[in-house]
Design a protein around this ligand. Structure first.
Ligand code: A5A
Ligand code: ZN
Length: 464
């Protein structure tokens, strides 16, 4: 898995029937029924977290007129090489060329300008879950770098003061923390360097996780847009004192990369072990039937009913296959718990549960089934999260002096730097790139390159 992560991932998402990447357009993939269920459960978590914090769901059009797209100079510069154009309708050339949204600032903000009149119309906190299109030139990879990002959750906010926008950035970081925590995905948070700031933003904060091959993957970003967009889109409001100002904006986004991360960080040689919260099937029941005994199957039906009544996503596998084949089949789909019901179990009024993550077998008396399964799912969630965090933390290495660095081949390097030009030298000598300044870190010690007093703590890595 460490050596050939790419192959592992492609194989696993097909074998688990999550995705079929064989669609005949590069960078576009098909979500299969099982993958779609997983995707919807992941979306439902972020939707809940956003709604709890006062965000409202909206749906804007996919097409953006050229003039709106071209209004913010930095934004165009960042995206012009990645956008798809719609230039014809039927046989006719369009008068106004249209862009397939690569993200929705330029689709939403002309409307914000119509909606905002006074400070009483603020804040606006909206989000949508849509497809966006980016003609990525780097190598595409299902879910991780696609040209149709099908699970783009973007939130956009507008505020009456800079401070409020600043606080919104913090809230967004907290929301994403909770979101990744619910999935047990470990992360580091950094403020991106200038060159990696979102096109049109004042600054960007990003979440990265670490993949088994030692490279980081950006799984979410939060941007402070300041007044860059509101000035060019004319999103203006009257203040309580009668004066006028342009709104202060933020936006933040995640994509199916999060689903990829959930598959990868908990996976093993066999495939995924899906986090219980989003596993489409949390418990699969496999009756083990010899000759024509009826008890195991009958008991299985009863257990299925009980689990379902208790709110567990359970499935009873009655296919005419050997139990061993069924076990293997569900393991590759990452189902957290398998319950085996054989004639002996039926007689003794107990069943055997097997955890996907540790393969541990646990005997459960039937009367306690629902309680025990619920506890087991929570235990798994906690332990999976801890194991994933341990793996990440093991691979974050503090580098005191750049000379010590040479030995590290993957993972995340953490080092202190001065305020001068040492960042470039650090990048050149290591082949790692600066992810950014660790959020809320206090500089301490000496610059790892030149030895002067440190002014910031940076994280470096090779990235996707
Ligand atoms: N409007 C803001 C929110 C925005 O577009 N930010 S972003 O460009 O950083 O994208 C948000 C997140 O989408 C990224 O952090 C990354 O996790 C994901 N993403 C971006 N391009 C992607 C691609 N081609 N395939 C999969 N995920 C992508
Ligand atoms: Zn220095």
């Amino acid at each position: 898995m460490e050596d050939s992560f790419g192959e592992w991932f492609s194989r696993v998402i097909r074998e688990a029937e999550i995705m079929d990447p064989r669609y005949p357009v590069k960078g576009l993939c098909v979500w299969l029924p099982y993958g779609m269920k997983l995707r919807n459960l992941v979306i439902s978590i972020i939707r809940r977290l956003l709604e709890e914090r006062g965000h409202h769901e909206v749906l804007f059009p996919l097409l953006i007129p050229e003039d709106a797209f071209n209004r913010e100079a930095e934004h165009i510069r960042g995206f012009e090489n990645e956008v798809y154009w719609v230039t014809r309708g039927g046989g006719e050339e369009l008068d106004v060329k249209l862009v397939l949204r690569p993200t929705s600032e330029t689709s939403m903000y002309p409307m914000f300008a119509l909606w905002v009149r006074s400070h009483a119309d603020l804040p606006i906190k909206v989000f949508q879950v849509v497809s966006v299109f980016r003609h990525e030139t780097k190598m595409t990879k299902p879910m991780i770098r696609v040209r149709e990002v099908t699970t783009f959750k973007e939130a956009h906010t507008a505020h009456s003061t800079r401070e409020e926008a600043e606080a919104q950035v913090r809230e967004a970081v907290e929301i994403y923390r909770k979101f990744f925590d619910e999935l047990g995905i470990p992360y580091v948070i950094t403020k991106r360097p200038e060159w990696d700031t979102f096109a049109g933003a004042e600054y960007s904060i990003a979440f990265d996780t670490l993949l088994p091959d030692g490279k980081t993957l950006q799984i979410g970003t939060v941007h402070n847009l300041g007044q860059n967009f509101s000035k060019v889109f004319g999103i203006e409001f009257q203040k309580p004192d009668g004066g006028h100002d342009h709104v202060y904006q933020t936006c933040y986004g995640i994509s199916e990369r999060v689903i990829a991360a959930a598959i990868v960080v908990h996976g093993d040689e066999l495939g995924p072990c899906l986090p219980p919260k989003v596993a489409p099937i949390q418990v699969v029941i496999v009756p083990i039937v010899f000759k024509d005994e009826r008890e195991p199957t009958e008991l299985s039906h009863a257990l299925l009913q009980e689990l379902e009544r208790g709110g567990i996503r359970a499935h009873l596998d009655l296919r005419n296959l050997r139990p061993g084949n069924k076990f293997y089949y569900w393991e590759r789909r990452g189902v957290p718990i398998r319950i085996e019901v054989g004639p002996k179990e039926a007689r003794w009024r107990k069943v055997t549960a097997v955890r996907r993550d540790t393969r541990k077998r646990i005997e459960i008396p039937i009367e306690e089934l629902l309680d025990k399964i619920k506890t087991l799912l929570v235990e798994m969630e906690v332990e999976m999260k801890k194991r994933a965090w341990d793996k990440l933390n093991e691979r974050v290495r503090k580098v005191g002096k750049l000379d010590d660095f040479e030995k590290i081949t993957g993972g995340i390097a953490k080092m202190s730097l001065c305020g001068g030009g040492c960042a470039r030298e650090a990048e050149e000598r290591t082949g790692f790139k600066i992810l950014g300044e660790e959020l809320d870190s206090k500089p301490s010690g000496r610059c790892a390159v030149c030895g002067r007093a440190a002014e910031r703590t940076v994280l470096m890595a090779r990235s996707y």
